[in-house]
Design a protein around this ligand. Sequence first.
Ligand code: SAH
Length: 405
Amino acid sequence: MTEPDAAGDRAPEGLEARDVEADELERHAREGRVRPVVFKTPAGPPPPTHWADLKASERVAAVLAAGLPKFRAAQIDRHYFRSNSDDPTRWTDLPLAVRTDIARDFFPRLLTPIRVQTADAGTTVKTLWRLHDGNMVESVLMRYGVPGVPSSGSGRQRATLCFSSQAGCGMACPFCATGQGGLRRNLSTGEIIAQVKEAAKAAKLTNVVLMGMGEPLANYKRVVRSLRVMTGEMGLSARGITVSTVGLVPRMRELAAEGLPVTLAVSLHAPDDELRNALVPVNERFGVAEVVEAAHEYFRATGRRVSIEYALIRDVNDQTFRADALADLLVGHGRGTGWVHVNLIPLNPTPGSKWTASRPRDADEFVRRLERRRVAVTIRDTRGREIDGACGQLAAAERPGVGSD
Ligand code: SAH
């Protein structure tokens, strides 16, 4: 681009570049933008139990307990999980009295839309949802290849939902808007599934990605149950489902053993512990080598190519030496290149952030360095950026406080 090169641009190997980054990061820390990592979610009233929270056997038990014949469970399943309607009063093959009863007992309203924002001629839609206890989450529906809408992109028609697994997030990544707000609480399975249901009303979903608010593997049980509901009852293909993690190694191993061939995305963002400790604080617990090894194990167990997410941050993690180090790391230990795909995400700066996206020429060079090593790599589009709907911009929980200090 046109701006003059900063001193740190293209810093040669070694210490000098690292010193520049260390100063930058320290400044961030001093400004109070680095929070502690939090796993425990604060206690509060649990969300009301929903049909989607119950296991198949519990659903049958529930209809029997309500004095209904067993087959009603399968009928309700078909309506909620396979149709576009989530309003039991309209499920007319059920007797009227049954409809009212089950609506009251099993279908509490879990999500109330508070604000809807659109971009790309209406093909990107971000919704802010209020939960029963006043907490907020966001989800973003992106439709692609919509006829007559050039801004939706080309290719076959498809729709991706980016949705949330927690209200807030405890992982405290300093470049992520959600991470700045801290963790409010885990979502229930019903609340996770309800986001998918809502989106399915608007579009036929081809991909669903747990890349909204929260760390999915920190809400492991409910997320895995949701994945089972999505691939089972709802009939979504596991191939179209992506779970993105900050790299909680024990949980990555557990997920590999679940027999759910969903795609795993790992948010790496740096190939060295020194920098990753600052960008992804939980790295202090599970370091780069261990995270990449667990990602490779996931590939070996599931046959699914793993995505490595790497937000390109100008002069922080986008140097050529880091591109080379990333390639070394991924293909090292005889792993080869077939197991992995690198997704580069130009940083979406959060409000008040000192950091910004890489210069296009640095991003291009980063790509070239990986390609030279035959590592599959793409630069992710920044769809929804202008409505704060792109990666790392979801920050519903803290929005009322922004700019008021
Ligand atoms: N907790 C999960 C899901 C987070 S969101 C995880 O860490 O993977 C999905 C991706 O967006 C992650 O890779 C995350 O690091 C990235 N991200 C967060 N903030 C971002 C920002 N401001 N710009 C670009 N990517 C960002």
